[in-house]
Ligand binder design. Structure first.
Ligand SMILES: Cc1cc2nc3c(=O)[nH]c(=O)nc-3n(C[C@H](O)[C@H](O)[C@H](O)COP(=O)(O)OP(=O)(O)OC[C@H]3O[C@@H](n4cnc5c(N)ncnc54)[C@H](O)[C@@H]3O)c2cc1C
Length: 401
């Protein structure tokens, strides 16, 4: 299988830089042109790109600076699941706003964003109890309870081994392999927008971003560098306890009758606040700790999403540290694959690719939003829901910059 994000990336600059040191860059000609942009965005992952899309919608000129030749970070390694329903509080509001932003961007830029919802599968009574309590809190429109047959129909499998489930109609799906490249490609066609690929940002001060190719000037600057926040703003990363979270992922052949809805399971009920904060989640956690402790050891969120080409994204585990060693443990992958095979009612899943995802994580805050200098905003999603929140965060930033 080819790696779509890379092949779909926009054309690279023809002339490589001659390579002066970073200390020379401030004396060099501004690479973004003379006037400066209304907004400079650092990082062309989904959070940075969402900021650019919303800025274009507001009529602003935008320059984006990305160190790589294409987005290859968390934004292409994820499930592509806008997990709207299971958020709470401000994150729920941001997610709902983001959903609207995603749909608007998809219709303008012409990429796939499916209002396919999510199914949460219950294979035990204590899992169903969590879903029933959550449905009681949110109402039957937002959380549609399913019996075993209803859950089986949503999964395209038989009902044996299922107790029931819930359908979250507001959840959205995008294809993480192609979406960032599609948005970047569309942005480059808009008047007043320019993307500087293979250009590393080395420092930011009011009105100017210092890069490996020279300064880029802008009235406002937003920094969306995900888990690499500590390279540019180490104190901000330390103050917010930002670490790197590593996730084990695989691409498998999807069972033929599985729909486009995201599929969440019992371990997802322990991760997403809306479900994890129910009273019933306590008993579920206890049972899993007793009978399937290995799932808690790897901090599993066993879930999957089908891509439009019929392949299935399967994951995930969570390991936290300041650095992100690249090594993937086969036992972790086996555990997740066995769990998902059971949920999908198949004997085994044929693996086509494996990879490690990395995102920013903080035990103290789900979002790092800061203004380290006038006109400079930093936005890092420090829990694994940057797809879900990206457009909501972008709208919030633009209103506050
Ligand atoms: C395996 C996995 C599964 C996930 N599943 C989901 C999901 O289903 N739903 C959901 O909502 N979220 C999910 N997430 C989280 C989500 O993917 C991230 O929160 C989101 O992609 C973060 O986007 P970002 O743009 O902030 O970061 P990134 O995608 O990492 O982009 C940051 C960009 O900044 C660039 N950059 C960094 N430093 C510099 C510099 N100095 N100069 C120039 N450029 C720089 C990088 O090259 C990169 O392209 C998942 C994450 C992973 C890893």
């Amino acid at each position: 299988m080819s790696f779509d994000a890379a092949t779909a990336s926009p054309a690279l600059p023809r002339t490589p830089p001659s390579g002066p040191s970073s200390t020379e860059s401030s004396a060099r000609e501004a690479i973004g042109g003379d006037g400066g942009a209304d907004l400079v965005v650092v990082g062309a992952g989904l959070v940075g790109l969402a900021h650019a899309v919303e800025a274009v919608r507001a009529g602003w000129s935008v320059q984006i600076v990305e160190r790589d030749a294409a987005a290859v970070g968390a934004s292409v390694r994820n499930f592509g699941h806008a997990c709207v329903t299971a958020q709470v509080g401000e994150l729920l509001e941001l997610a709902q706003d983001s959903r609207d932003g995603w749909l608007g961007a998809a219709s303008r830029a012409g990429f796939w964003a499916a209002q396919a919802g999510a199914v949460v599968v219950a294979r035990a009574a204590d899992e169903m109890a969590v879903l029933e309590e959550f449905a009681g809190l949110r109402g039957a429109d937002a959380v549609q309870l399913l019996d075993a047959e209803g859950a089986a129909r949503r999964l395209g499998r038989g009902s044996q081994g299922l107790v029931g489930g819930a359908f979250f109609p507001a959840d959205l799906r995008i294809d993480p392999r192609v979406t960032a490249a599609a948005i970047a490609g569309w942005l480059q066609q808009q008047p007043g927008v320019r993307i500087h690929w293979r250009t590393c940002v080395q420092g930011v001060e009011p009105g100017v971003v210092h890069t490996s190719r020279g300064p880029v000037r802008g009235e406002r600057i937003v920094v969306c560098v995900g888990h690499d926040l500590d390279y540019l703003f180490p104190q901000l990363a330390d103050d917010n306890d930002v670490q790197r979270c590593r996730l084990s992922m695989a691409l498998v052949d999807a069972p033929p009758d599985l729909g486009e809805n995201a599929v969440l399971t019992a371990t997802s009920m322990l991760r997403y606040d809306g479900l994890a904060q129910t009273q019933a989640a306590g008993a579920l956690r206890e049972r899993i700790a007793q009978h399937r402790p290995q799932l808690l050891d790897i901090v599993a969120n066993a879930m999957c999403t089908r891509r439009p080409d019929g392949t299935l994204l399967v994951g995930d585990s969570h390991h936290y540290d300041l650095a992100a060693p690249p090594f993937l443990d086969e036992d972790v992958a086996d555990l997740l694959l066995a769990e998902l095979a059971d949920v999908l009612g198949v004997e085994r899943l044929r693996v086509r690719q494996r990879w490690q995802g990395v995102y920013a994580s903080s035990a103290t805050t789900p979002l790092v939003r800061a203004e380290p200098a006038p006109g400079v905003r930093v936005v890092t999603v420090s829990t694994g829901i940057g797809v879900t929140l990206s457009f909501g965060l972008a709208r919030q930033s633009l209103a506050q910059l």
